[in-house]
Write a protein that binds this ligand. Structure first.
Ligand SMILES: *Cc1c(COP(=O)(O)O)cnc(C)c1O
Length: 478
């Protein structure tokens, strides 16, 4: 390269024009080829902005918000969060995001937080904090977490990764943890109790105040998983809707997780976990000073990662502020109630009184698997949830309602009507006879994960887990 430049000349000396043109053409065509591949891959996916998803991506329908989020993400996509003493923007953004979270969860000045890349990571470091506190307090044996049956699997995963046991507590007909059962299961090995506000499957808020009375008596940390509702429930209150108290106003709550990449409306890779005090956060941090390389200081599970998602979360929060969230929450409530009403006319009913952004619907005479698969054909994604015989819950469908859905209600209900009249593929399925058909449908990709509950319900859990692992490996490797 050096030799191609003559002193004082900005344009490289080149041998032949033809060769230059040839190289440039080659480069351009490669660029074109890559862009084409990207566009083709994009077409495979459902477009979240269409508002036909009831999970995964939580849309506002606001293109200005989209564009500032994208810009922030791109501006910081090459900055490394690993060393926030070098890339100091990370500290600036994180402080601001945590400040906002502390405000909406009524944390006092002593509370501290951490920005993570998702709910699972927030939960994992909260569980690590509880585990390390357990041993620091001089307790022995295998620490255990107590959770309602409805808790997010991220807690089971964290316990699995971090070597804790899990005890699952039943929920009542209202979908909420049975407080007396929880009390009975506390032992000297209980390192953490976790409940949800709201839980994913049913969308109801656990009785945090009642649970906190118990954990306070025993001096056990209490985590509230507000990953799903953390950026919605505080604004219900602002709209005058009654919400059971679940945040730091409840004495005994020691940590809270909330996903900014769900109803905080930031792109994926954004969540926060708040600790009541510095001591609890200290247990969540990992530091290594023994290595001959660099001193490793990790507040989170991941080390090197882009600052982009944090910058984006900051931008979205600054852009919306509390008033923006209140407005979007109002749209959610309107959409939720209209969908519930329309679905009721079609023969569905809500399993629980509505208290969050989640609809959990069932029906006595509709085959829900057929419904979900037929809706899929019309472009809508809805989760199917299997029955829980032990606790008396029937099969149900799950809709996480977003602000974008407010303009889609009519469309949704008319497609739902259509779906109910469409050909039925599963209503008389006999699993004994047809299981091979269902399994090969999933393996070949003809059926997507929305039918997995069927499989899970049919096979013993160990076998189902094993089959799913094999299937996933096949998907990515064949
Ligand atoms: C989504 C969710 C999580 C996990 O969040 P990820 O961001 O997917 O890791 C945990 N708890 C609840 C209640 C959730 O809805």
């Amino acid at each position: 390269m050096k030799s191609a430049f003559k002193k004082g000349r900005m344009i490289p000396r080149v041998k032949g024009k033809k060769r230059v043109i040839k190289t440039a053409t080659k480069r351009l065509s490669r660029l074109y080829e890559v862009k084409k591949l990207l566009k083709e891959a994009k077409k495979i996916d459902i477009d979240p902005s269409e508002g036909k998803l009831f999970a995964y991506v939580y849309e506002t329908g606001n293109s200005e918000l989209q564009s500032i989020a994208k810009e922030a993400n791109q501006m910081f996509h090459q900055s490394n969060y690993l060393d926030f003493t070098v890339f100091k923007s990370a500290m600036f953004f994180e402080k601001e995001v945590i400040k906002f979270a502390k405000k909406i969860f009524n944390a006092d000045d002593g509370a501290v937080g951490t920005f993570t890349f998702g709910g699972t990571e927030s939960i994992m470091i909260a569980v690590k904090s509880a585990r390390d506190k357990f041993f620091n307090d001089g307790k022995t044996g295998k620490p255990e977490i107590l959770v309602p049956y409805t808790i997010h699997p991220a807690f089971l995963k964290s316990a699995d990764y971090l070597g804790l046991g899990v005890k699952k507590i039943p929920v009542g007909r209202d979908g909420k943890v049975v407080v007396d059962e929880l009390r009975k299961n506390i032992t000297e090995r209980t390192a953490l109790v976790a409940v949800s506000a709201p839980n994913w499957p049913f969308g109801v808020v656990d009785p945090v105040e009642d649970v906190a009375k118990i954990t306070r008596d025993y001096g056990i940390p209490l985590h509230v998983d507000a990953c799903l509702g953390g950026f919605v429930l505080p604004f219900f209150e602002r709209l005058g809707i009654n919400v059971p108290k679940f945040d730091f106003r409840v004495d005994g709550v020691t940590s809270i997780s909330a996903d900014v990449h769900k109803y905080g409306y930031a792109p994926k890779g954004a969540s926060v976990v708040l600790f009541k005090n510095r001591e609890l956060k200290k247990f969540s941090i990992y530091v290594d000073v023994s290595s001959p390389g660099y001193v490793l200081v990790n507040q989170t599970v991941l080390s090197s990662r882009p600052i982009g998602p944090l910058a984006s979360a900051f931008a979205v929060i600054k852009y919306l502020d509390e008033d923006g969230y209140v407005k979007l929450t109002r749209n959610i409530v309107l959409a939720r109630d209209r969908i519930a009403e329309g679905m009721q006319e079609l023969g569905f009913y809500s399993l629980f009184p509505l208290e969050s952004n989640i609809l959990c619907l069932s029906s006595e005479n509709i085959n829900l698997l057929d419904f979900v698969v037929n809706m899929k054909k019309l472009g809508w994604h809805i989760h199917l949830q299997r029955e829980i015989k032990d606790l008396g819950f029937p099969w149900s469908i799950h809709l996480a309602v977003s602000p974008v859905h407010l303009n889609k209600v009519k469309n949704f209900i008319s497609d739902a009507k259509k779906a109910l009249r469409m050909k039925s593929e599963f209503s008389d399925i006999d699993l004994e006879r047809d299981i091979q058909k269902v399994v090969s449908g999933i393996i070949s990709g003809k059926l997507d994960a929305s039918v997995l509950p069927l499989l899970v319900n049919y096979f013993p859990q160990d076998l189902a887990v094993d089959m799913i692992k094999d299937t996933v490996i096949s998907w990515f490797n064949e």
